[in-house]
Design a protein around this ligand. Structure first.
Ligand code: 4AD
Ligand code: MG
Length: 465
């Protein structure tokens, strides 16, 4: 018999008909007359209840039906007599696909910690929490592609292997086929990459922006959506070594239009979650983060604050004067750290903040320099619980200014020739941003550790699965 997915079975109005469902047993309980199996197939967080008449099935037949086992259940879909569900299935035929020894199956108990579940990342999608998170992750992917498609952006695929360090932060993972035990070096002791696979030093990309800019100078509005890699040794709940980034790049927009895009885009994604993922959000709201749904609603209803960096520093210094303690200093010129971001967003304004016009020296080489010569047109979006969720900027389109910055920062010029050509041939004002997909996921799910919103997290000293 053809399988019905549980999400459809639960919604079905056609009762008293034969039906077949397949999935993993969440629990089995009952008494001498009847047994109840809670079955989940991942299509929804909800289980379907399968009622087993013990006059028709023996205890022996049901013995392999333990938590974690996989079964195919055929029966009659009927209105449920019990509370908690509209329909249930009266079992007529049972097939066991795979057993799960109760003495060994790790998801037997309730209340397992997130830390423990990370050690069984191959099984954790079968829990309610991770099922919800990964269904939402899919939905956020769809929201992102839909938003850009509907707004006339083209999805542009930028390379993962590259020879340029977009952010200039020296956090790249090298890609080589060389024998690391026997490296060929030149007379100065430098590694000779000429016989390496790419004939030069290559790495995994930290951002698709530079290639994205090339595309925006031809297609007008593009976005990338792919994995990026950073060898930054930060063991925090908000950093991954492999994370997904969405990077739109748009010709002919200025700083204000860029901020409008950032705000509209994030709100669209959050609204999508509320419109498409309510069952999962309700679960997370109940068991993971009681303020979740309210926080999501408040973000789509509120106007983000737009705050120049210098004003932000004034607010933070005022707070220090009034007794607020921070771990890191925050004088004009210092990088804003996540405690400062969170103070501004959570305590001072109580809503998302787009911070603009940062000191030049704490930002990347490509940002457009303001007339004051000291600040650049960055537009980072700071979110409650998360801190920085988007990093964006208007790009410097003047060849001379860009060249001066590249020289000052000792960025190897010859490797940048193709990027500079966009400023040489038909240069245009343009701007773009990068949204950290897992940071968005943290916000939308209320999960507190970034390792728990990506299926298989990569972090320092951890690349299991
Ligand atoms: O601020 P970042 O470094 O900006 C860029 O890479 C630009 N090239 C983007 C652009 O303008 N096209 O990174 C962008 C975002 C951050 O705001 C953050 O959300 C996320 O990427 N991010 C990380 N997420 C998880 N783990 C990490 N190690 C991250 N580093 C950055
Ligand atoms: Mg940034």
């Amino acid at each position: 018999m053809q399988r019905t997915v549980i999400i459809d079975a639960l919604k079905s109005k056609e009762l008293n008909r034969p039906i077949n469902v397949r999935g993993w047993v969440r629990s089995r309980r009952g008494n001498k007359q009847v047994s109840f199996i809670a079955l989940n197939d991942g299509s929804t967080i909800k289980n379907i209840q399968i009622v087993v008449d013990l006059e028709k099935f023996s205890e022996e037949q049901l013995k392999p039906v333990t938590t974690g086992s996989c079964i195919s259940a055929t029966g009659t879909l009927v209105a449920s007599q019990g509370a908690g569900q509209a329909v249930e299935i009266q079992l007529t035929e049972l097939e066991i696909y795979g057993t799960a020894d109760p003495d060994q199956y790790p998801l037997q108990k309730k209340g397992l910690t997130m830390e423990y579940l990370r050690t069984i990342a191959h099984l954790r999608p079968r829990t309610n929490t991770f099922g919800a998170v990964f269904r939402i992750r899919h939905n956020m992917t769809m929201a992102i592609h839909t938003y850009f498609h509907e707004h006339g952006f083209f999805n542009f695929h930028t390379p993962l292997i590259t020879a340029s360090d977009c952010e200039g932060a020296g956090q790249m993972f090298q890609v080589t086929t060389k024998n690391l035990y026997n490296l060929k070096k030149d007379e100065n002791g430098k590694i000779d990459y000429s016989d390496d696979f790419f004939g030069k030093q290559a790495s995994l990309t930290v951002s698709g922006q530079l290639e994205g800019e090339l595309a925006a100078m031809a297609l007008g509005k593009i976005y990338t959506f792919g994995p990026t890699f950073r060898a930054e040794n930060s063991n925090t709940p908000r950093h991954l070594a492999e994370f997904w980034m969405i990077e739109p790049e748009v010709a002919f927009i200025d700083k204000n239009e860029l901020m409008d895009l950032e705000e509209d885009f994030i709100k669209y994604c959050v609204r999508w979650a509320l419109d498409h993922c309510m069952d999962d959000l309700e679960f997370l709201n109940q068991f993971v983060d009681k303020g979740l749904i309210e926080r999501l609603r408040s973000v789509i209803d509120t106007e983000f604050v737009r705050l120049p960096y210098s004003e932000g520093i004034n607010i933070l210094q005022e707070a220090i004067k009034n007794g607020q303690k921070f771990e890191f200093p925050c004088n004009w010129g210092d990088d804003i750290s996540s405690e400062h971001e969170r103070y501004l967003v959570e305590k001072h304004f109580g809503k998302p903040v787009i911070m603009t016009d940062y000191p030049k020296d704490i930002k990347a080489f490509y940002m457009k320099i303001n007339e004051d010569g000291k600040t650049v047109q960055g537009t980072d979006v700071l979110f409650p619980q998360i801190g920085e969720i988007i990093g964006g900027s208007v790009r410097e389109e003047s060849m001379d200014k860009l060249n001066a910055e590249i020289e000052k920062r000792h960025i190897p010029m010859k490797d940048m020739w193709w990027y500079l050509d966009t400023r040489r041939f038909g240069a245009a004002p343009h701007a773009g941003f990068g949204l950290g997909f897992e940071r968005l996921m943290l916000f939308v799910t209320g999960m507190s550790n970034i390792r728990d919103v990506i299926p298989f997290p990569r972090t320092p000293k951890s690349a299991e699965f």
